[in-house]
Every structure is written in C-alpha cells, then in structure tokens.
Design a protein around this ligand. Sequence first.
Ligand SMILES: Cc1cc2nc3c(=O)[nH]c(=O)nc-3n(C[C@H](O)[C@H](O)[C@H](O)COP(=O)(O)OP(=O)(O)OC[C@H]3O[C@@H](n4cnc5c(N)ncnc54)[C@H](O)[C@@H]3O)c2cc1C
Length: 340
Amino acid sequence: MAARELFDVAVVGAGMAGLSAARALVEAGRRVVVVDKGRGIGGRMATRRIGTAVFDHGAQYFSVRSRGFGNVVAEASEAGEAVVWSHGFPVLDASGAMELPGEGHPRWCGKPGMTAIAKRMAVGLDMRTASRVEAVAVEGDRVLLRFEDGATIEAQACVLTPPVPQTLDLLDAGGVPLDAGERATLGKIDYEPCFALMAVLASPSKVPPPGGLSLEAGPIAWIADNQQKGISPLPAITIHASSQFSREHFDGDPAAVAVALLAAAERWIDGGASGVVEQSLHRWKFARPVSMFESPLAVVHRTPSIVLAGDAFAGQRVEAAATSGAAAARWLTRNERSGT
Ligand SMILES: Cc1cc2nc3c(=O)[nH]c(=O)nc-3n(C[C@H](O)[C@H](O)[C@H](O)COP(=O)(O)OP(=O)(O)OC[C@H]3O[C@@H](n4cnc5c(N)ncnc54)[C@H](O)[C@@H]3O)c2cc1C
C-alpha cells in the first residue's frame, strides 16, 4: 500500500454491505477504495476448501426480494455463479419429527460457493485485502484510515461495514466524537456467535434432500451437505451450532466442541464420527445481529461523512446487508460531491 492515498469514499469491509455500497458509488462516478482485513472477500458469505472438498461455512443461502440485489443475482445467475438451491428445507422439530418443506420462495446460493457472488460484485473495484484498519480518525475535512502496517488512506467520506462493536472500536481508536445518544443505541447492538464445523466424509452424508436441514433442539441448529448442494466434489458437511450452544462453549476447548457437535450429528454421517476423514472448526464471534438499528444506515459524523452500514441496519441476512450498503451509497451520493 502506498504511504498516503486520497479517495472520494473509503469503504471498510468487503462483505455484502461494503461491496454493494462500493458498486453503487463507483456507478455514481466516485473514486472508491474497498479495504478488508481478510485474505479473501465476502465476509460472512464465506467459502473454504479442505483439500478438494468445498464448504460454505457462513451464510448458507439467500433470498432475493429487492430489485437492486435482484439485478446482482441475475447477473451472477447468467454467468452460472448463482443458482436456486431449493424452495425450502426440512425441519427436525423438538419431538424428533421431520417436517417436510412446502414450496416456498427460492433459496439461492453461490457457485462454486457463496464467495462467488462477492467476487462478481468486486469486479472493477479497487480492492485492498489483507488490510486491517486499526483506527478511523477525522483530520480536518478528511477521514483517515490507519492500518496496522502504518500506512494510511484519506477520503472525503467513509462507509464502515464491520459488525457494529468492531466499528465502534475503530472510531474510538481514532477518537471520532459520536453523539452520546446514538453511541448508546449503537453500543446495544448485540450479535450471537456461531460455531461452524466443516467435516470431509468418507461417504455421502445422510442429510435428507435437498441437502440442508434445520434442527429445533439440541446443540446443532443447521446441517448442510455441500455435495448435494452442488458445490463440493467430495462428501462434505457444514454443521452450525445453535446460538445457545455457541454462547455456552465459545471460549471452550475447540477439540471438545468438535467432538460434541459430531456426536450430535452422528445420525447424518455414515459410520458416525468414524466416517469423518478431516475436520475444521470455525468460530464466528459476530454471526448474526440479535438487535437491529432502526434505519438502514447510521450517519455518525458529518463533514467529513462517516456512515455505518451492514446487516445490523436492515435485518440479519445477506440481502439485508446488500440493501443497507446500497442505502449508504445513496445517502452519500445525495450529500457528498465527488472531487478528489
Ligand atoms: C454461520 C452463519 C450463517 C448464516 N446464514 C445465513 C443464511 O443462510 N442466509 C442469510 O441470508 N444470511 C446468513 N447469515 C448472515 C449473513 O452472512 C450476513 O447477514 C451478511 O453476510 C453480513 O454482511 P455484511 O457486509 O453486513 O458483514 P460482513 O460480511 O461481516 O462484512 C464485514 C467485513 O468487514 C471486514 N472487517 C472487519 N473489521 C475490519 C477491519 N478492522 N479492517 C478491515 N476490514 C474489516 C470483515 O473482514 C468482513 O469482510 C449467516 C451468518 C453466519 C455467520
């Protein structure tokens, strides 16, 4: 990264909110940079490989209701990078009875994995990955992003899309003054954690078609068969722990957590735990917001503008994050002139 660069808008976070904001701002003629601490992009729309097995270990599927996000998905669908996975999934209720899904709205997924959507949205954007912002500060009429390697980026405005507690840490680290009432409201936004266990299996799983199952009781909330989903050439399951289990064991021994989750998933694995060839546990500290901000964006500083966006501003889901990012871009294009 060059020592100091100047942009119209700096977007922190290359998840759905950040990418959606950046695309709209570039379309409006702004000079935009997107930075993300991750090596890859997509944020919680995450895909991982273990050998040749492929796993979506964050968001599993998404709905499409709005026109803006619909256009993105239609473009990806034409390129074969978004497909309808299902119109619903079976549910195992607390009594152990299986409810089969009705013919609901389409549940889409990315191909070959959820990150495909993010990669498509990022085409043509100035992306800086493996770039962790340490502080967001205000210097005169500019926003200053400070990175852990000492580099800085200056912009006339900024969109911050990390989970809200992380965003507040960045603003505090840079000493940005916030309205006390708004700071208190934002400070109350809480997220539930989630363990995601990825397991490569020796033989196809016993997860019922179409390869996704919700569970209403016990330590597991969701189990997905990435092979049936059409993204993994090898039998590969993703297990999401329930929010209660994840909260209770979040700081516990990862090996013990994996054993407990595999024991609970035994019924869906041919040969039980001995049918697992390889496994990996991921901890999502900020998986889903459990409380929401009352509007799709929060403007926490004027001149220069600092706008917060993400799923906590529009509703817990991939499409909501995209909607919030687009709303942040709309606000900025109405309220900011370009001029770097
Ligand atoms: C386990 C799990 C299952 C889910 N299942 C579904 C589902 O089936 N359907 C659905 O619609 N939604 C689901 N969700 C929710 C969905 O993934 C999110 O709502 C959505 O992806 C959030 O997008 P976002 O852009 O707001 O945030 P994120 O995707 O979290 O993007 C924020 C980005 O900011 C970056 N960042 C953070 N701090 C810094 C920093 N200091 N410097 C630089 N970059 C930084 C992060 O690396 C990240 O890429 C699930 C989430 C999880 C975790």
